[in-house]
Ligand binder design. Structure first.
Ligand code: BES
Ligand code: MN
Ligand code: MN
Length: 462
């Protein structure tokens, strides 16, 4: 532990500068304008893995962006840790809300990060958290303390649904064989209270299109006489929740697992301040499903949210028009046991059925994935908990997250191994938002904690 700390102290400036270089490449997977940057980032990751000590690295071509694979096998009889992460990032817009450009990383202090945080798109999600693993490998190789085999699989399409990764995993089961999968792509409660993510929500993401008249119309000449697709879409969307904020799609809750009173009481023990939560978001009150508290609403309960809505005239000034079409992108966060394909079908059937005559509705599924829960009595969980306990001085608390990493359920199905979600980000790090950042404290703590996970995982596996 002291050796780990001193290695990190000695090399921390370089660790920070290397991450900053990686953050400068705008690897936005959703936008083809950045495709060369995404590919360049993959190559940068590959190089960093070989420099850190992998014996073998490979750019694996896929139908989409490449997957970087790396390994260091020290003894086939020892356990193997498979590290997964992603080098792609979310689009940076709206650009005008960034206090410094998203791909020009700078270190600034915040109330929560008095020792500084790196501000850049991808700083926390997931370049910063992925790179902790690369530096942890360097540390273990340089100090001769790598206690087992390690494989890396770093993809470039996580933010757009991981389609190529699913393709890759199905075709490379032998290559990816492992004893535990380790991911840092989630968060923790606070810098004083670490937590381990034991659940992720599933996802069904769809786009809807409502079509009315065959062309845009004068809103005076035709207004009142034909269905306005934007009015109709707004009404249809509003009807998807009832007065208790329950989702109205028939069958939506059929497979939802109800937690016992004991499990809910256990969840309520995690430190949480509603006042601080409201203040941080500048809202007068929270909002959500009746009968559940905030920490339940955003983790153990399924949800439906509009992510974007458009149509008609949105330019400067006013134009009197009834648009021919209206659109929305809708995500449904799901809980374990809900099948995402089934939910997509239920949504499509219901949404089409509530459309009045006078419009037609098209639903296009985008992507989806299953939720995940993992037990806390596994060797992997215990190793992670021991590692956090040692570096933070307090044990980690198990927490179910509201976010999704759809590929985790697929890993379990295809590779038959458990995933341990060792996240070091904070909810306030603004992932997917303007001014995303990652605390220097969190970055360095991650690099210190990961080698201890390896150590305890090997010890507990004996
Ligand atoms: N790293 C996030 C997921 C996450 C963040 C989980 C924080 C738990 C805590 C990941 O990159 C992500 O954004 N996933 C997407 C889903 C994907 C299919 C686009 C999400 O959750 O919206
Ligand atoms: Mn991520
Ligand atoms: Mn993300």
């Amino acid at each position: 532990m002291e050796n780990i700390k001193s290695y990190v102290q000695q090399h921390k400036d370089r660790f920070i500068n290397e991450l900053i270089e990686l953050l400068k490449i705008p690897s936005v997977s959703a936008d083809t304008a950045y495709s060369q940057d995404v590919i360049d980032t993959a190559e940068a990751v590959k190089e960093s893995l070989s420099k850190a000590g992998c014996d073998y690295v490979e750019t694996c071509d896929t139908p989409g962006y490449p997957i970087i694979y790396g390994e260091k096998i020290i003894d086939p009889n020892l356990p193997t840790v498979l590290v997964y992460g992603h080098y792609d990032v979310q689009p940076p817009d709206p650009l005008e809300l960034w206090t410094s450009p998203p791909f020009e990383p700078v270190i600034k202090t915040t109330d929560i990060h008095p020792e500084g945080a790196i501000f850049a798109r991808g700083a926390c999600d997931d370049k910063g958290q992925m790179y902790m693993h690369v530096k942890a490998l360097e540390l273990m190789v340089q100090s001769n303390t790598l206690p087992c085999n390690v494989k890396f699989m770093i993809e470039g399409e996580e933010e757009v649904g991981s389609a190529s990764l699913a393709w890759f995993v199905e075709r490379n089961q032998e290559k990816l064989k492992n004893d535990v999968i380790l991911i840092s792509d989630t968060g923790m409660i606070s810098n004083q209270q670490p937590s381990i993510t034991t659940g992720l929500r599933g996802l069904s993401y769809v786009e809807v299109e409502v079509t009315g008249p065959n062309r845009d119309l004068h809103s005076g000449l035709y207004g009142g006489a034909v269905a306005n697709p934007i009015n109709i879409l707004a009404k249809m969307i509003a009807s998807l929740h009832d007065e208790n904020n329950h989702i109205t799609i028939p069958g939506f809750y059929d497979k939802v697992e109800e937690l016992s009173a004991e499990e809910r009481a256990e969840m309520a023990k995690a430190p949480f301040s509603l006042e601080k939560y409201k203040n941080a978001l500048n809202i007068a009150d929270v909002y959500g499903e009746k009968g559940y508290v905030t920490n339940e609403r955003n983790s153990i309960r399924p949800t439906l949210d509009v992510n974007g809505i458009w149509g008609g005239y949105t330019g400067e000034g006013a134009k009197t028009v009834i648009a021919s079409k209206a659109f929305a992108k809708i995500s449904m966060r799901l809980v374990p046991n809900q099948e995402w394909e089934e939910i997509t079908e239920l949504f499509t059937k219901h949404f089409t059925s509530i459309a009045p005559a006078g419009v037609t509705v098209k639903v296009t599924p985008h992507h989806g994935g299953q939720g995940y829960v993992t037990p806390i009595d596994s060797i992997g969980y215990q190793a992670a908990n021991k590692a956090y306990t040692e570096t933070f001085g307090v044990p980690a608390i198990p927490v179910r997250s509201g976010g999704s990493i759809p590929i985790v359920a697929l890993f379990e199905k295809e590779l038959k191994s458990k995933t341990i979600l060792m996240g070091f980000g904070l909810d306030s790090d603004a992932i997917h938002s303007p001014n995303e950042h990652f605390g220097i404290f969190n970055y360095l703590k991650g690099i210190e904690t990961i080698p201890l996970f390896y150590k305890y995982f090997v010890e507990l596996s004996k």
